[in-house]
Write a protein that binds this ligand. Structure first.
Ligand code: NDP
Length: 444
């Protein structure tokens, strides 16, 4: 059995009942086979074993009281996966599905994603199985305060800098930051995604969605195409989805369908983003409302049908494993040529294989959605320098970073004999820098 297979087998044995973590580790490790072959010293230093074992995982209790006086207890997590190239950095997810397996898969991916940005940030991830849906403002605030009352002792501007993810947006970051400041008595850049009035960066809100589209555009430009006039499907209707839609439309594409976890809307004239933002960002309502307000738009119960809508570009921006083999086959049948992953691991291994065989240009999450964390790192730089860059400055840096990541993974794929395989290219390019830093720092 070769080194990669042995590490994978042991990882599955040592971490039972963690299917998402296994899935992410398998994808990454298999594509690193040519790298460890070229670098036999990695096996001697047990580099892959150390790379796939978090430096630290903190699990904690989050008790809080609802508006009726009932007491609830949720689980809290922070996995500090790898600090070889910088302080741990990665979002917090509040969603009922959150468990250790999901946080570890996200944390492992985050190491490579952060490395790909070229910025000095390590990998971490955290969250809770708390469901923010249907909770009052007071309940959200009390939950965030309780969560931070434990988390604050494990994070810091030079050690671990969390940000948002599913269920954690600007509002939650505000409450988390307020509680951190109260407990520590310091106003520092310990969280990113902060409001503009208290240290946030322009473009952070838009960054993941914009960055995704910048990368898709670069992939198209390299093939003599542009987004102009293309039909695009965006799944989800949260932070990443809304701003992917905004940038795609600004570049001349027509976004014809979006969803939330109840169902999808189809609007062949192009999604009216002002209406969608009003429903999703302001009213925190359901996507069904969109069809009631926009003439010609149709609503369909359930999400999966969205992948049967013919399109040129698909941007899955909701959650993991949204696209399985069947959905991928429908997309291919509908003429899709580019898939850019805005969400983390939205395509399962069978889906990726379907795209690969069909020659679809597939831009994997850890590269395509790195714009959010890259802009978070720019927020950290502005915080420590006590300065602010303009929207145009940050946006230009974001675009440059996304174009750089594209060429970095494209180059790595070519160098390791898998040209066009961006799953492998992104894993290899991200890993090489982390491996070099880990090697330089000895057995730690
Ligand atoms: P939000 O909470 O803002 O939005 C999530 C969206 O996805 C909502 O429309 C939600 O619908 C939908 N969704 C969530 N779970 C499911 C599900 N099981 N089935 C169908 N739809 C679902 O999150 P973000 O936009 O911030 O994050 C989306 C994805 O992007 C995640 O994978 C996240 O890890 C990734 N990501 C986010 C970054 C960021 O900067 N925010 C950075 C990099 C990656 P509903 O409201 O009905 O639940």
């Amino acid at each position: 059995m070769n080194y990669v297979q042995r590490v994978l087998e042991e990882l599955k044995k040592k971490n039972p009942c963690e299917p998402e973590f296994h899935q992410a580790a398998e994808e990454i490790l298999l594509s690193l086979a040519p790298v460890v072959e070229r670098h036999p010293e990695y096996e001697k230093a047990a580099l892959l074993e150390r790379f796939t074992e978090p430096e630290r995982a903190v699990l904690f209790r989050v008790p809080w009281v609802d508006d009726r006086g009932a007491v609830h207890v949720n689980k809290g997590y922070r996995v500090q996966f790898n600090s070889a190239i910088g302080p741990y950095k990665g979002g917090l997810r509040f969603h009922p599905s959150v468990n250790l397996s999901i946080i570890k898969f996200l944390g492992l991916e985050q190491i490579l994603k952060n490395s790909l940005t070229g910025l000095p940030i390590g990998g971490g991830k955290g969250g809770s199985d708390f469901d923010p849906k249907g909770k009052s403002e007071g309940e959200i605030m009390r939950f965030c305060q309780s969560f931070m009352t434990e988390l604050f002792r494990h994070i810091g501007q030079d050690t671990d800098v969390p940000a948002g993810d599913i269920g954690v947006g600007g509002r939650e970051i505000g409450y988390l930051f307020g509680q951190y400041k109260r407990l520590r008595g310091e106003h520092v850049g310990v969280l990113t995604g902060r409001g503009l009035s208290y240290g946030g960066s322009l473009v952070r809100t838009e960054a993941t969605g914009y960055g995704l589209v910048y990368m898709v555009e670069e992939a198209m430009n390299c093939r003599g195409e542009t987004l102009s006039g293309k039909k695009v499907i965006v799944s989800g209707s949260g932070n990443v989805a809304l701003y992917a839609c905004e940038k795609a439309q600004a570049l001349g594409a027509t976004v014809i369908a979006m969803y939330d976890s109840d169902g999808y809307v189809l609007d062949m004239g192009g999604i009216d983003l002002a209406v969608m933002k009003q429903i999703k960002e302001v009213e925190r309502g359901r996507i069904k409302e969109y069809a009631a307000r926009v003439k010609g738009a149709k609503y369909f119960e359930g999400c999966r049908g969205i992948w049967s809508v013919p399109c040129d570009v698909a941007l899955p921006c909701a959650t993991q494993n949204e696209i399985g083999g069947e959905s991928a086959r429908r997309l291919v049948a509908g003429g899709v040529k580019y898939v850019g992953e805005g969400a983390n691991m939205p395509t399962d291994p069978e889906g990726i294989e379907v795209f690969r065989r069909a020659g679809v240009v597939f831009l994997p999450a850890k590269a395509a959605n790195a714009g959010g964390v890259a802009t978070s790192a720019l927020e950290m730089a502005q915080s420590s320098g006590r300065m602010y860059w303009t929207f145009e400055e940050v946006d230009a840096k974001l675009r440059e970073i996304m174009v750089g990541i594209y060429h970095n993974m494209d180059g790595a794929a070519k160098e390791y004999g898998v040209a066009g395989d961006y799953v492998a290219g992104a894993n290899i390019a991200g890993f090489l820098k982390v491996a070099e830093a880990m090697t330089a720092q000895g057995i730690v």
